[in-house]
Design a protein around this ligand. Structure first.
Ligand code: AMP
Length: 282
């Protein structure tokens, strides 16, 4: 496995691979890798001939009061996990390598970034789409892999790729959960053991929403109220949003007249902001 912290080295490594006609799969991450990331890597390994993982805690996608400084960083362990997962190249650049001077060019997807997490994290998605564009231009993958756990991010990136004609296929991989349903996240490390148990209520609420919708409940607000009760009675949560949205547009629905829809949750507990979602199909 090759490890590169310079853009030039990534290009040098990938040039002959591309010339040989081999397909390149790309998994962008912020590190502190867990089984969710590894599921993306595994899928890339199955579908492409050369797997590139980036590890970069992107300052541009954190709001000023967020956890950029505290975000877990453990490159050595991440490299070991990548090596064991058959990754060919890890790109782990410094902030200076990615942003050598003020980034004057920002890639911004409208509308889709104005709902859900976009409301409480202003500028977050511009930071994501800008860094993903830069990484796409550096790696030039055939297929890039994203997690369903960050559903809005996946929708936004798919749209960006279509709108800007990137010659890249976007694959979205199902959310990996622990045995109690809690979606794996690098931010779960902020939770105390007690908060981790309380956080199981997020998935319980999502599954309850699914049941109610499948039983025929059409009123989104009734479902959201039930979910709110489940989460709030489990622990000292501050709910950012509980929304039921149309899958393509991410616009909230008041009535569930057609499927699929996505039920999405963001909550604060302790030092963490946790998000999760499920898609409900016919
Ligand atoms: P992050 O390092 O948190 O920026 O995540 C990097 C990629 O891994 C993103 O595409 C995430 O959606 C994906 N990811 C994170 N957690 C999970 C999970 N529990 N299941 C599936 N994918 C995940």
């Amino acid at each position: 496995m090759e490890v590169a912290d310079k853009i030039a080295k990534v290009r040098e490594f990938l040039r002959p691979i591309r010339q040989q006609g081999k397909s390149i799969g790309f998994v962008p991450t912020m590190g502190a890798l867990h089984d969710g990331h590894l599921a993306l890597i595994k899928r890339a390994r199955e579908e492409t001939e050369c797997v590139v993982v980036s590890i970069f805690v992107n300052p541009l996608q954190f709001c000023p009061n967020e956890d950029y400084d505290k975000y877990p960083r453990r490159l050595e362990e991440d490299l070991r996990l990548c090596e064991n997962s058959g990754v060919d190249l890890v790109f782990s650049p410094s902030v200076e390598e990615i942003y050598p001077r003020e980034q004057l060019t920002i890639v911004s997807v409208r509308k889709l970034t104005e709902t859900l997490c976009g409301r409480s994290r202003p500028g977050h998605f511009d930071g994501v789409t800008t860094v993903v564009t830069k990484l796409f231009n550096i790696v030039q993958p055939d297929i890039a892999y994203f997690g369903q756990k960050d559903a809005q991010q996946a929708v936004v990136i798919k749209r960006m790729v279509e709108d800007l004609n990137f010659p890249i296929e976007i694959v979205v991989v199902p959310t990996v959960r622990d045995e109690y349903g809690l979606a794996l996240s690098s931010r779960n490390e902020y939770l105390s053991p007690e908060e981790k148990i309380q956080a199981r209520s997020i998935y319980m609420a999502l599954k309850t929403a699914e049941e109610k919708i499948k039983e025929g409940e059409k009123d989104a607000h009734v479902i959201i109220d039930t979910m709110r009760q489940i989460i709030e009675s489990a622990g000292p949560f501050r709910i950012d949003y509980i929304s039921i949205v149309e899958l393509e547009t991410l616009q909230e629905v008041d009535r569930i007249d057609s499927l699929p829809v996505m039920v999405a949750v963001a909550v604060y507990i302790g030092k963490a902001r946790l998000i999760d979602n499920i898609i409900i199909r016919e």
